[in-house]
Design a protein around this ligand. Structure first.
Ligand code: AMP
Ligand code: TRP
Length: 341
């Protein structure tokens, strides 16, 4: 299991507030878990924190209302099953906090188009031949608003989100410079990225990603899970020969799950020979099954009570809107926006 580093202090004197968003655009997989969700669960009960299901972001690529609704509830179920305690933190829907889109607009007006043209996600999606709608282009601005509307100072995300957090930092600094230079209103948030899980490999060895169809779902089980694990690509070193654990996708996944001792034991078996990729895959299968056994049970129970899930999201939304209003009042005033109601 990768170690969990301390939160880095921010440069400014704002209170530590942890925020992160997760897209409801597909079934959550091990890349999402080790890259982001695990850190969310570890941090959520230690700090004032806000975690939101970013359904507006998902709309930039998923325009199927039934699927969006399903994935939205699925993400909430996954978090609760994985140990998110709603009495310690806030889990809610991005679209339940209208101040987010309001702040996005203010940010549009201080963002050079040239900065968005350099966005890696935007460039990637265009390169893949996806239609570049304006939402996709402006995606990082909405993400910056997501973070800053709650005064977020720490943003636990996977490594591929570094650039988006960088854009957010620029926007916070630019807003402060332009509208609140004497008394900065917005913190400059820090990304919180674990280097040793920078990229979780998928079954084909490329980055695990739903767009590559190489994912293993957090809650996959039974035959489906077995089939995916058995399909992980390896080289063809014969069973009896020594193998290099450090170049093996199966071992990379084992390392994420296993205790240090177990990891070393398996690495030694690789190097000794007589331990085949089939053995390694069976060990991985057991590790996945054990790690998520309790969560899987909890999820099964929660699935029968979606009213509870909606109640959790509703209560989180109340907290989200209150905090957003605390930030937006000085933001509006600083920008010269008069409110008459
Ligand atoms: P996505 O669903 O791709 O928007 O990702 C949600 C979160 O999971 C982000 O913080 C990503 O950086 C993280 N993530 C997704 N895939 C991986 C992966 N293969 N390895 C590490 N982190 C990932
Ligand atoms: N873009 C992020 C992802 O794909 C999701 C996201 C949206 C997010 N808003 C955020 C992450 C705010 C952290 C903070 O994973």
């Amino acid at each position: 299991m990768p170690a969990t580093p301390e939160l880095k202090p921010t440069e400014t004197n704002f209170p530590a507030i942890v925020v992160s968003g997760i897209q409801p655009s597909g079934t959550l997989h091990l890349g999402n878990y080790f890259g982001a969700i695990r850190q969310h669960i570890l941090l959520h009960d230690q700090f004032q924190s806000y975690f939101f299901i970013v359904n507006y972001h998902a709309l930039t690529t998923l325009q199927d209302p039934e699927a969006l609704k399903k994935y939205t509830i699925d993400v909430a179920l996954d978090y609760l099953a994985l140990g998110f305690d709603p009495s310690k933190s806030n889990l809610f829907l991005q679209s339940d906090v209208p101040q987010v889109t309001e702040l996005s607009w203010i940010f549009y007006t201080i963002t050079p188009v040239s900065q968005l043209e350099k966005g890696v996600s935007f460039k990637d999606k265009v390169a893949q031949g996806l239609t570049a709608n304006a939402g996709l282009f402006n995606y990082p601005i909405l993400q910056a608003a997501d973070i800053l509307v709650y005064g977020g100072t720490q943003v636990p995300v996977g490594a591929d989100q570094k650039q988006n957090v960088e854009i957010c930092r620029d926007l916070a600094a630019r807003f402060n410079d332009r509208f609140a230079s004497e008394n900065p209103i917005l913190p400059i948030p820090e990304p919180y990225i674990l280097d040793d899980v920078a990229v979780v490999p998928g079954t084909d060895g490329r980055k695990m990603s739903k767009s590559y169809g190489n994912t293993i779902g957090i809650f996959d089980e039974g035959k489906e899970l077995k089939k995916k694990v058995m399909s992980i690509v390896t080289d063809s070193t014969p069973l009896e020969d020594p193998k290099d654990p450090d170049t093996c996708n199966v071992f990379a996944l084992i390392s994420l799950f296993a205790s240090d001792d177990r990891r070393e034991e398996i690495a030694a078996a690789y190097r000794a020979g007589g331990y085949g990729y089939g053995h390694a895959k069976n060990d991985l299968l057991s590790l996945i099954t054990e790690t998520f056994a309790e969560a899987r049970e909890r999820r099964r129970t929660l699935e029968t009570d979606t009213d509870y899930v909606i109640d959790v999201l509703r209560a989180g939304g109340v907290q989200g809107r209150e905090q957003a209003e605390r930030i937006m009042e000085p933001v509006r005033t600083a920008a010269g926006l008069i409110t008459t109601y």
